[in-house]
Design a protein around this ligand. Structure first.
Ligand SMILES: [Fe+2]
Ligand SMILES: [Fe+2]
Length: 478
């Protein structure tokens, strides 16, 4: 809304709430007529929506950087060699951009004299520890062949299938490693953007359809976002985007005996119920929906956007955007741009099981595993850490450093920062299931991480109790 429109509203006796300031109004006189017909002389965002029933637009926008559109691999049987070559080449490009000097292929290194200083970009095909001297022994490969590398003094965590740049000395048909460079994200400077406070909310793992879905808390959230709850209403009215990061419904047949814990026994019914909630969110807020392992699609990643066969009701939401898992976008408000990488988070569980020191799956562990992703520039670096679609392109490579990396799946809360990138894990809306109880997983329920687009500051709100309040567990100070 511009200055002239504001003055026109004032001179017609209409007071304007700040929540409406970012809204584009094409026909201000039509708006005044509608307000006068209804005897309304105070305009806030909810009144605006009531009048326009979902036609509102704001200056918020979404620019897609990476989104899997559902194309399938032409080759039969699936071509895993092409898939891994694509991954290797994409990560190699990132590493070459860090340091291109003195690189040799493994086939060239094999022909070099003993004691040569060597440097190469390789994929680590296996990691083992020598029983006597406790050295780390790597089997490494590139497009030209395979070799061995030995690390004698490293504290660095190196994992199978990571692509790294190693440098060292050739000796006895192995490279004795001096240095390892990971593709690693770049440092994101903390810049204050020239906009007013504008918030992104992160929800995931709503699990609608489960008997354990926390209906009361989700109702509280919907009331809050509509400005009907006083606590933190200053935030509610400045929310521009809600990211819904998979496991939107509980699904069917996802874990043994799940049907005993289901309140809604069909997928369409579960999505319809979710629609009944999301339709009550003010339409000036953009909803970005993606899927997880409980949703009605294949588990292998990348997962295409929600299937209309089951989720047709959600496609009626005029303010919703449907994307793949994972995806990367720019969220735009006026002149401000926030680069968001969103991934449901399936591979996090693999690393929690694989690396004993991360097995508690508390906020620190989740943070450390998300750092592995960013350091490897891949959301599931080790083969087997998630199920994969062997497409000609590897959508799981992190090509651009994000401002925010958001995950879910673990049913825990995290808001932290690493190299200027905000790390989010967005809890869940489901009490502990019998399956989680069996494995000692104790969920954080109904917590909502929030990031301010203006300065990337973050906090977590708790909707579980009677009052909406801040939540400190899982919140790491910047
Ligand atoms: Fe979940
Ligand atoms: Fe999940």
């Amino acid at each position: 809304m511009d200055e002239d429109q504001l003055n026109t509203l004032f001179s017609n006796g209409i007071l304007v709430d700040s929540s409406i300031k970012d809204t584009n109004i094409s026909d201000v006189y039509g708006l005044i007529r509608s307000l006068k017909e209804k005897n309304v002389n105070f305009l806030d965002i909810n009144t605006f929506h009531d009048l326009y029933n979902g036609e509102a637009s704001t200056d918020s926008d979404i620019e897609i950087i990476k989104n899997y559109e559902g194309e399938i691999s032409e080759s039969k049987p699936p071509n895993w060699v092409n898939y891994f070559n694509d991954r290797f080449n994409r990560l190699k490009t990132i590493l070459i951009n860090k340091d291109r000097s003195g690189l040799s292929s493994l086939s060239n290194i094999k022909n070099m004299p003993q004691s040569s200083d060597v440097k190469s970009i390789v994929m680590v095909s296996s990691v083992s520890i020598s029983p006597v001297k406790k050295y780390t022994i790597l089997d490494i490969e590139d497009n030209t062949g395979s070799y061995k590398a030995i690390i004698t003094n490293s504290n660095q965590e190196i994992l199978e299938d990571q692509v790294v740049m190693i440098s060292g000395r050739k000796y006895n048909d192995a490279i004795f490693v001096k240095d390892i460079i990971f593709p690693e994200i770049q440092m994101r400077e903390k810049v204050k953007q020239e906009i007013d406070d504008s918030f992104i909310l992160f929800l995931s793992d709503i699990h609608v359809g489960s008997k354990l879905f926390v209906n009361d808390a989700f109702e509280r959230f919907i009331k809050w976002i509509n400005g009907e709850i006083p606590e933190y209403s200053n935030i509610a009215k400045l929310v521009k985007f809600i990211v819904l990061n998979g496991d939107l419904i509980d699904g069917i047949g996802v874990y043994p005996d799940q049907e005993k814990e289901l309140a809604i026994l069909d997928l369409k019914g579960q999505y319809d119920k979710l629609y009944s909630f999301l339709d009550r969110i003010p339409k000036n807020i953009k909803l970005i929906l993606s899927q997880g392992n409980h949703d009605a699609t294949h588990i292998a990643e990348p997962q295409p956007k929600l299937d209309k066969t089951f989720a047709d009701s959600l496609y009626k939401l005029k303010n919703a955007v449907f994307l793949s898992n994972p995806y990367q976008v720019n969220l735009i408000i006026g002149k401000a741009k926030i680069n968001l990488l969103s991934y449901h988070g399936f591979s996090i569980t693999y690393y929690a099981n694989k690396i004993p020191k991360y097995s508690k799956m508390d906020a620190d562990d989740i943070e450390n595993i998300m750092k592995i992703h960013l350091k490897s520039r891949h959301i599931a670096p080790s083969h087997g850490s998630t199920q994969l679609m062997p497409l000609p392109r590897d959508y799981l490579v992190i090509e651009e450093t994000p401002d925010i990396y958001a995950t879910g799946h673990i049913h825990k809360t995290l808001a932290s920062i690493y190299k200027g990138t905000v790390l989010i894990n967005s809890s869940c809306w489901q009490y502990q299931t019998s399956y989680q109880k069996k494995y000692g997983m104790d969920p954080d329920v109904a917590k909502v991480p929030i990031v301010n687009m203006r300065d990337k500051s973050f906090q977590i709100l708790d909707f579980l109790g009677d009052k909406v309040q801040t939540y400190k567990k899982g919140l790491k100070e910047a």
